[in-house]
Design a protein around this ligand. Structure first.
Ligand SMILES: [Zn+2]
Length: 322
């Protein structure tokens, strides 16, 4: 599928003319991840017919455990790639390799780098260490610094237009989470509408992208069949985002539970939100925080049955009212 892009990398490898850094545009959990793994296998494979996918090196690459490679990614979708992580990656690839060959760093979902992280990376790109490859994987290259892009060779596997960038829903979701628990029934209704609005925005974005994709691809299909296909695809993509959103809401409540239980702050999923989390935790006992998590899980479950979403959100947020 990406034969041309792959051949380009192969030629570069065989003629010893690889670039120091590549931006791989595609899904960081799908095609671009696989491409990055194949790329590294090509570098590290122990057999002549590279990549063999079978030698210990190929296997270690696949497990993301090769000693001369380092992978970083945002630990949870709601989080950024922090400067410390990029610093650790840069540190690793500027040192001597353990096995005497290549060293490689991979940044998955690189668009999640914050400004500090991006600047550290940029510095490395300006003075790349020798025998080193950096793979920067993203499905939204427009979110990277242009100065980063310009220093990398670009490999476009897919423009992933149907994939909703996480940034579309993250900021509004964090606003909702910080406003919890609702102070009154009215407040609960307001937050429920905000959550509903968030999903409407996501859905509209997906619909645009999917419609555009299919209009081009399936001109031969008749109108009603095309609409069915589009609707099914929108719904399945929307469900994926919904599941992710509920996972973040659940993670948030898990942090509140940890704080309400007096457990070490080091283990928070949202350490940057410590202040809001603390304010919410003091309103809870361990028992009530646990109950909040159950309410959120119940919301996610009810969404799968055909209950109107606003009703589900409204009832759940009312239950969470302090
Ligand atoms: Zn191999």
């Amino acid at each position: 599928m990406h034969a041309e892009a792959w051949q380009g990398i192969r030629n570069g490898f065989e003629s010893d003319r690889l670039a120091h850094a590549y931006v791989i545009v595609g899904s960081p959990r799908g095609n671009a991840l696989q491409f990055a793994e194949s790329f590294l296998k090509l570098l590290f494979c122990e057999n002549t017919d590279k990549p063999c996918n079978e030698c210990p090196s190929c296997r270690r690459i696949e497990a993301h455990k090769h000693v001369d490679t380092l992978w970083i990614e945002p630990q949870s979708k709601s989080r950024q790639i922090k400067a410390d992580e990029v610093r650790a990656l840069v540190h690793r690839i500027t040192q001597t390799s353990f096995e005497g060959g290549w060293k490689a760093g991979v940044i998955l979902a690189a668009d999640c780098m914050n400004t500090n992280s991006a600047n550290i990376l940029l510095k490395t790109l300006e003075e790349p260490p020798s025998k080193t490859i950096l793979l920067i994987v993203t499905n939204s290259p427009q979110a990277l610094l242009p100065t980063i892009i310009s220093r990398c060779q670009k490999v476009v596997l897919s423009d992933n237009s149907a994939e909703m960038p996480d940034s579309v829903w993250q900021a509004p979701l964090m606003n909702i989470l910080r406003a919890l628990p609702p102070a009154s029934g009215l407040d609960a209704a307001r937050l429920a509408s905000s959550l509903k609005a968030l999903f409407e925005i996501v859905k509209a974005g997906i619909a645009d992208a999917v419609g555009g994709d299919l209009d081009q691809a399936d001109e031969a299909l008749d109108g009603s069949k095309l609409k069915d296909i589009i609707d099914a695809r929108i719904n399945s993509l929307l469900k994926e985002v919904q599941a992710e959103v509920f996972r973040v809401i659940l993670d948030w409540h898990r942090d509140v539970l940890l704080l309400a239980s007096g457990i070490d702050e080091q283990r928070l999923i949202f350490p940057d939100e410590l202040e809001s989390l603390r304010e919410q935790a003091v309103l809870h006992t361990q028992g009530s925080a646990l109950k909040s998590m159950q309410v959120i899980e119940g919301m996610a479950r009810r969404l799968e049955r055909n209950i109107p979403d606003l009703q589900i959100f409204d009832e759940a947020f009312r239950t969470l009212t302090r």
